[in-house]
Write a protein that binds this ligand. Sequence first.
Ligand SMILES: NC(=O)c1ccc[n+]([C@@H]2O[C@H](COP(=O)([O-])OP(=O)(O)OC[C@H]3O[C@@H](n4cnc5c(N)ncnc54)[C@H](O)[C@@H]3O)[C@@H](O)[C@H]2O)c1
Ligand SMILES: [Zn+2]
Length: 386
Amino acid sequence: MTHPEPSSATDQLADSITVHVNLAERSYDILIASDSLSCVAPTAESWYMQRFPSKDGQRSALVVTDRNVANHAETVLSSLVDAGWKAELEQLEPGETTKSLDVISRLYDCLVAMKADRKTAVIAVGGGVIGDSAGFLAATYGRGVPFIQVPTTLLADVDSSVGGKVGINHPAAKNLIGAFYQPLGVCIDTSVLTTLPERDYLSGMAEVVKYGVILDADFFGYLEQNIAGLKSRDPGVLRHIIARSCQLKADVVEQDEYERTGLRAVLNYGHTFAHAFEALAGYGELLHGEAVSIGMLYASRLAEKRGLIDADVTARQRTLIESLGMISRLPPGSDFTADAILDKMKLDKKTVAGQLRFVLPTQMGHVETFGDVPESDVRAVLAELA
Ligand SMILES: NC(=O)c1ccc[n+]([C@@H]2O[C@H](COP(=O)([O-])OP(=O)(O)OC[C@H]3O[C@@H](n4cnc5c(N)ncnc54)[C@H](O)[C@@H]3O)[C@@H](O)[C@H]2O)c1
Ligand SMILES: [Zn+2]
């Protein structure tokens, strides 16, 4: 991580942190700052110049957002217009249904109407839904136009805006239609998180906790020691946890960009259980991060049962999750049977030939993938934590 010199024109970037994602010619920077939305234009401009050194003439951009964050998108739009860009704003409905072909088709029409060329940037201002959809638009229009992410949820800051996965849903399955497409850069402003509803904030925090458990025991310790700052959304604490999370995910993505070597699977800690819980609860009932925080505790208990870790590793996760106000058990009324949960797990795309695979901790800060977990152990954990 580098701490760039503050620019005199952009005091807002004084305490910024930059994480570099190293992917050969697709490398890019993630800038993490506070009160920096009005700096999107100069930042985008500098990324542009690095990628398209010979670019001259008019710069243009389509800013894609949703209704709940339209005010933040307006700030980005003004910053671009003031800097001489030809920029337009397209506001979508909030929610998962926006990740659809119909919406993408409408956005293609917007690009055509503004006579977009292959140097017209698509700028996503929003959570994972906007980032995934706008990213898919950018990946496919004209076989790829420059894409910039301005994430506005904690989940988008630490997860969906890192790694290059973009896509939309098909009625048959979530994220079925997509691509790997790296952005030109990601501009994170922690101050936009002040308006994020508590449930969404804590849902994103589950992925932050996950990075500590899977890759960095010291980072897990930092979270344990900064409960108050995390709960009050302290800008300095947020910049640190977002930067560290992005760096940890980037380290994994750099080694397995296209999910081919299996290394990227470590990011799925807690997710085998989580995906089953989400599916059984009905999508939308249990937020993804809520399912992940519960799923991590199940996976950790399973690791204990397999003799991989001491009970203390699970206890620390439970204490941290509960201290932050995140949910640690399935909501009352979710009486899913073990058979139903196992059936959903076997449908998970990570399952190989019907054999369940679990990412389990072997110590705090390290996980491994196991394809040999007996179903009886999984059933025992499900019965115990039900
Ligand atoms: N591409 C990836 O690698 C990846 C990884 C994880 C998740 N995802 C995807 O991300 C999506 C979920 O992302 P999400 O949790 O950010 O959901 P989201 O984009 O739906 O945002 C959650 C809610 O918060 C609102 N919101 C966003 N920012 C706000 C702010 N600053 N203030 C007030 N309200 C705000 C949104 O309008 C929405 O209602 C899913 O579609 C998931 O598939 C993608
Ligand atoms: Zn997740």
